[in-house]
Design a protein around this ligand. Sequence first.
Ligand code: NAP
Ligand code: F7E
Length: 372
Amino acid sequence: MKNIALITGVTGQDGSYLSEFLLEKGYDVHGIIRRSSVDYRERIAHLEGTPNFHLHYADMSDSMSLVKLVGKVQPTEIYNLAAQSHVQVSFDAPEFTADVDAVGVLRLLEAVRTNHLEKTCKIYQASTSELYGKVEEVPQNENTPFHPYSPYAVAKLYGFWIVKEYREAYNMYCCSGILFNHESERRGETFVTRKITLAAARIAQGKQDCLYLGNMDSLRDWGYAKDYVECMWLILQQEKPEDFVIATGVQHSVREFTQLAFHHAGIELKFEGKDMDEKGICVSVINPANEHLIGKTLVAVSEDFYRPTDVVNLWGDPTKAKAKLGWNPQTTSFEQLVEIMVEHDMAKVAAEDVASRVRTNLAEYLEKGIVK
Ligand code: NAP
Ligand code: F7E
């Protein structure tokens, strides 16, 4: 039987890597896209036109669109990655977050049942370490109690439990990967890691003066997204449906991430002060053109990036994933991850420069009538 995957959230960071992974394995890959006034599909643009890659309009808030699509595609595996995935945004748009991240999961499960595919279609739910929230145990494993600490996490908790309920009530192969933070050069630009690597690149190239952050003491277990999508697939290849914690088992602070990112951008930082008064000051640079930065504050704290409740101590225990999935959580180290992201963003910022020079030249040539 041909493997047919349906990915919700295909345009996101994980959806793009998972599509590449499954296409390489010979799957037919179908992805859900949403109508947007700017047709922004940057992460999957390189896959469009691939014969086994198909895109369809649907939405997690629209039951009928999901029922029709599942019926049309007849997937053998569904990866439910679609979500309003930004924790801070979930405080501003809690109802939308609940609709997509909680009820959306139920809609998808019902779409499978409505099409009588519950015996042939396996379902992966993108669950999250945010479920541990105000943590009750460190490090966290599959048996650690949940204590969600944001509207996002509360919505995702519903998703986790409804998947478990459908597994037990209807004997469906549906399970959750409890994934800890995973990042990449495709990470959304408002998540802390990407915000830092882009700022480090811009500051090193004279395009930004200072990076403003929130809680720099916050601790995360950061992995590489490309390594994590393999686990999503492995979780669906087991004999029995089970939930897994996916993490590296190594923890770092936002401050440590910042210091290392600036180091890779050729800037050494020293941190001084505490809480709102903390500053990252430049102590040395590699590029002589950046010597004017020495002694300047390049990182500062802003209240704007503090959350009403913040999750500050996430640290995963991947023992079960190592033993049962045979997965290596250290494929890409923290140091390699930061280097990959900074290298990418140094090149991206430099290319933006070239693109803007080309635009300026073009405008000038048009004005002078050199180009018509
Ligand atoms: P992401 O980059 O924010 O992508 C989210 C995806 O969901 C996008 O494709 C987005 O489409 C889509 N989406 C949002 N609302 C939708 C709706 N109403 N209907 C259909 N699609 C919708 O997230 P990610 O980092 O790839 O994460 C993938 C999943 O894993 C998410 O469920 C996230 O909550 C979860 N997760 C992520 C992490 C992590 O560290 N990255 C850790 C644990 C769990 P548009 O492009 O149209 O907005
Ligand atoms: O924040 C702190 C912030 O937004 C990490 C999502 O993929 O992973 C992600 O959620 C930490 C928090 O990710 C800034 O307060 C400091 O403690 O990068 P983040 P997140 O909230 O951990 C989980 C596993 C998911 O499931 C989510 O979908 O960094 N922080 N200063 C900041 N965070 C941001 N965004 N911006 C700052 O300026």
